[in-house]
Design a protein around this ligand. Structure first.
Ligand SMILES: Nc1ncnc2c1ncn2[C@@H]1O[C@H](COP(=O)(O)OP(=O)(O)OP(=O)(O)O)[C@@H](O)[C@H]1O
Length: 539
């Protein structure tokens, strides 16, 4: 534990690290923690996936809160009359609030008032830190990770995310957690509802943007920009900012056609320095300490990268071949929700028990599927890029890019779900001729001169797998059709029932009648039996 001790970390935190068996800091931790703790510097940190960035910002925050509390209790002891810094009363919102009200004619008029809004009830606990992350699952994970390290402190941490009851989250905030980990949408919603604890947002001592390059994309998180405007409206020199990502310094070449079209004003390619500068400005950081540990390879060195080149028709077959031939915990990424849903049907019929996760699922089911995946050494998660960033699931053996990722960043983050914390793993990209350009572009952005090595398959074995997949696809299509037909007939029958009309079969919507449906079912059953036979020949 000596390496930790030299970082000036408090005993409460050291004890928790010891309990977790984290014997020494990772590189990003040993390079970020000292300037953050000793010099209270803002930190811009870039380091590969799975390298421990969460604790690189969480430890300085916990340490800072504990130190401040000790100082407060010392000064409280010496001056019991003075107002505690822990209470928010003296510090908060001394500035008048400007409220819009309606006059008797229903017209808007502006009233300047010194009082807070009616529902503004100050919590008596200070909001020390706000940590923003792009996805709900990541917020939960970061919260749990920090809680582990805060085990021997009485600092409380809350996750505030969309998809769960906002009333319940308001109840959590009422307890006054010192650290709030949140997704921007839900946090902003509660800020706008004047949630009392969050009224301290512009006074927080620590502000973190994790996965920052993704978070500042305006199109994805407009609320983050509104929040930044709000917290930067009034200068808060005491705020310490932390901005982290594995792809913070990654830049893309401006497309060639842009250069040709705008002959006179040729678009300058953004440099990593430009990118950092604009982040610093946007977030309102002051002279940040930059820790850039990204490597030339971009992807963690313990990830073995490979590719399969095949036609669109063969993709499912190659995927099934890989999954059957390479047992372990696998995470398959698709570019769309519809692809996840379709693959989930096909792979379920092939008895692989896939667990889908995408943004159209209810939040509780998303979390449930993640838990099931975590608990099963042979789990199979089918995900959109909602699971590409930050998720820390120990023991993911394979990441499969079923669809070529649209950008190098996505490729890096997806691949980073395996081989975490110095473990090894495989990242396999499936590419079709139509997507070859996108794939080459991803490699170009990562400055790779060579293509990824080919994943070799045994062609004879592959044929059996392709045959199984073909049957499974046929069954899926037939079942889908039957489901749609039944749904539309049911709807028609229900409508007729409500209108008290009795229908003959020939009055039902054109499509399958009851007898057609029976035949259809029979066909599905025979195909299923055929598939069972095929599957029994595969180990
Ligand atoms: N000092 C340490 N010693 C051993 N393991 C550690 C240490 N610090 C963190 N870890 C573990 O390493 C794993 C990765 O950490 P973390 O999730 O913070 O990575 P990250 O750099 O944020 O990754 P990503 O870029 O994918 O979000 C976690 O399981 C964490 O518990």
């Amino acid at each position: 534990m000596d390496d930790w001790k030299s970082l000036n970390i408090r005993t409460e935190i050291l004890n928790a690290l010891k309990l977790k068996n984290f014997t020494k800091p990772t590189k990003i931790q040993s390079e970020s923690i000292p300037p953050a703790i000793d010099d209270q510097r803002d930190i811009l940190g870039a380091a590969e996936t799975g390298s421990g960035k969460t604790l690189a910002f969480a430890i300085p925050i916990l340490n800072g809160i504990l130190n401040a509390r000790s100082t407060e209790s010392e000064s409280d002891a010496s001056d019991s009359d003075s107002e505690s810094e822990n209470g928010t009363g003296s510090e908060l919102d001394s500035e008048p609030e400007v409220l819009e009200e309606l006059d008797e004619n229903g017209l808007g008029c502006v009233a300047v008032v010194n009082l807070p809004p009616d529902n503004y009830i100050r919590t008596n606990k200070k909001l020390w830190a706000v940590i923003l992350v792009p996805t709900r699952e990541l917020a939960m994970q970061v919260k749990n990770h920090i809680e582990d390290v805060a085990k021997f402190t009485n600092i409380s941490i809350a996750a505030i995310v969309g998809g769960l009851s906002s009333e319940k989250q308001e109840r959590i905030l009422k307890k006054g957690p010192e650290i709030v980990v949140a997704t921007p949408g839900r946090l902003w919603e509660l800020v706008q509802r004047n949630e009392p604890h969050l009224m301290q947002l512009n006074k927080v001592k620590y502000f973190v943007i994790d996965e920052a390059d993704r978070m500042v994309e305006t199109a994805h998180f407009p609320e983050l920009h509104l929040m930044l405007e709000k917290i930067n409206l009034k200068k808060n020199n005491k705020r310490q900012n932390f901005v982290f990502s594995a792809t913070l310094t990654m830049v893309h070449k401006a497309p060639y056609r842009v250069n040709i079209k705008n002959k006179k004003k040729i678009k300058k390619n953004l440099t990593p320095e430009d990118k950092l500068k604009s982040l610093i400005q946007l977030i309102g950081m002051k002279n940040p300490h930059v820790v850039n540990l990204t490597t030339v390879n971009c992807v963690t060195s313990t990830v073995k990268e490979m590719q399969i080149f095949c036609s669109v028709k063969e993709k499912d077959g190659y995927l099934y071949y890989f999954l059957k031939q390479n047992p372990g915990r696998s995470l398959v990424f698709c570019n769309s929700i519809s692809c996840v849903k379709r693959l989930a049907s096909v792979l379920s019929i092939l008895k692989l028990n896939p667990l889908p996760i995408h943004s159209n699922m209810i939040q509780k089911q998303r979390l449930k599927n993640l838990d099931k995946f975590r608990a099963n050494d042979h789990g199979l998660l089918l995900a959109t890029d909602v699971a590409a960033r930050g998720l820390d699931i120990i023991g993911v053996n394979h990441v499969i890019h079923y669809d070529v990722p649209r950008t190098a960043e996505i490729y890096i983050h997806r691949s980073g779900r395996t081989a975490r914390a110095s473990n090894i793993g495989l990242s396999l990209l499936i590419c079709t001729p139509e997507k070859k350009n996108v794939y080459l572009n991803v490699l170009r952005t990562m400055k790779r001169e060579k293509e990824l090595p080919r994943f070799e398959v045994q062609l004879r074995t592959l044929q059996t797998f392709l045959a199984c997949v073909k049957l499974a696809q046929e069954i899926t299509t037939l079942e889908e059709k039957a489901k749609k037909e039944t749904a539309s007939t049911n709807w028609f029958n229900k409508a007729a029932e409500e209108m008290e009309i009795i229908l003959d079969e020939d009055e039902l919507p054109r499509g399958m009648g009851t007898s057609d449906l029976k035949k259809h079912k029979k066909l599905v059953n025979s195909k299923r039996k055929q598939l069972e036979m095929f599957l029994s020949t595969i180990k």
